[in-house]
Design a binder for this molecule. Structure first.
Ligand SMILES: CCCCCCCCCC/C=C\CC(=O)SCCNC(=O)CCNC(=O)[C@H](O)C(C)(C)COP(=O)(O)OP(=O)(O)OC[C@H]1O[C@@H](n2cnc3c(N)ncnc32)[C@H](O)[C@@H]1OP(=O)(O)O
Length: 280
């Protein structure tokens, strides 16, 4: 009988294995030929990041690190959204403790993804606003399907993203472009993101995006994995150290900001607009 601790489960033919997880909102599938793991977010309809999805992402990243995969590709099970960012419903009209948990688990996912020595790539098969962009830019490489939007839109929502949350973004864009985009809360189209360097390639389908991500990860085949991983982490060490210094305070700051009547009001209006959009 299948149970949550079952380790390996043959899923689709012989070329890939669905790794069992104790989770429901993510799946991990390892390609037998390449040894690359695909981590798929599956929280309908838009992969909004509630605490459970954030915990499941962490469990899946650990699983991939422990199962000796050669790399990690992050993608979505949905046809037009990679991830809509934090679940605003979960942050609205709730208590401070819940807000602290949301933020702590977002931090935990980010550091797990940003700080892994494994090669990582995002197959962005739909929109990736805010927390969706955060996950994509924590990866080393991004391939995106056409005609979607990606960016950190916090300034447009009247909120300030902390420095660690912007650091993946500022790693990949020239400083001047990043500053302008962040202060505008700009959402880039796929084409604009490609031209700016926010995404590395454009792919016409999810399958092609995953293949291109796999080719990027495959480009390290002849590089010593320890040397590769340590080199990557040296590049990221300053951001990681800065983050570790402020992570406790950052949780307190977020909980205070998100629970304030002003931000709660913004969330309420934002949620109304999202709901009404569906009725139009
Ligand atoms: C206001 C935020 C306050 C935050 C407090 C302080 C934070 C400080 C630092 C910030 C760091 C991270 C912040 C975030 O990640 S906040 C989340 C920001 N996300 C967005 O702005 C994206 C909002 N969504 C969209 O733009 C669109 O939904 C989409 C992703 C482009 C998809 O469009 P679509 O047409 O395919 O789908 P749509 O009809 O809009 O939505 C379908 C249903 O999903 C619900 N939904 C969408 N996004 C969210 C979300 N982020 N959280 C919860 N639920 C979401 C939407 O309401 C629809 O539901 P229903 O079908 O009507 O029931």
């Amino acid at each position: 009988m299948l149970h949550s601790n079952l380790l390996r489960l043959v899923a689709r033919g012989s070329s890939s294995r669905l790794m069992s997880t104790a989770t429901k909102l993510t799946t991990v599938e390892v390609n037998d030929e390449t040894g690359i793991a695909t981590l798929t977010m599956n929280r309908p309809p838009v992969n909004s990041q509630n605490v459970q999805l954030l915990l499941d992402l962490q469990a899946s990243i650990s699983e991939i690190e422990n199962n000796k995969s050669r790399g990690l590709i992050l993608t979505s099970a949905h046809s037009n959204v990679f991830s809509a960012g934090l679940d605003i419903f979960e942050m609205y009209n709730t208590d401070v403790e819940r807000l602290r948990t949301v933020w702590t688990e977002l931090q935990n996912v980010w550091i797990a993804l940003y700080g892994t020595s494994l090669p990582t790539a995002a197959a962005i098969n739909g929109h990736a606003p805010a927390g969706g962009c955060l996950l994509a830019t924590a990866c080393e490489y991004r391939v995106m399907r056409p005609n979607f939007l990606i960016g950190l839109n916090e300034a447009q929502l009247g909120i300030i993203a902390p420095k660690w949350l912007m650091s993946g973004f500022t790693n990949v864009l020239p400083k001047r472009v990043a500053e302008r985009a962040l202060t505008q809360g700009r959402m880039f189209t796929t084409q604009e993101a490609f031209e700016a360097g926010l995404v590395d390639e454009i792919a016409s389908s999810k399958e092609e995006a995953v293949e291109k991500c796999a080719a990027f990860i495959g480009s390290f085949a002849k590089v010593n994995p320890l040397a590769r991983g340590l080199t990557k982490l040296q590049f990221r060490a300053d951001n990681i150290k800065e983050f570790e210094k402020i992570r406790e305070k950052d949780v307190a700051d977020f909980a205070a900001l998100a629970s304030s009547p002003e931000v709660q009001k913004v969330m309420g209006t934002y949620l109304e607009n999202l709901k009404n959009k569906g009725k139009k």
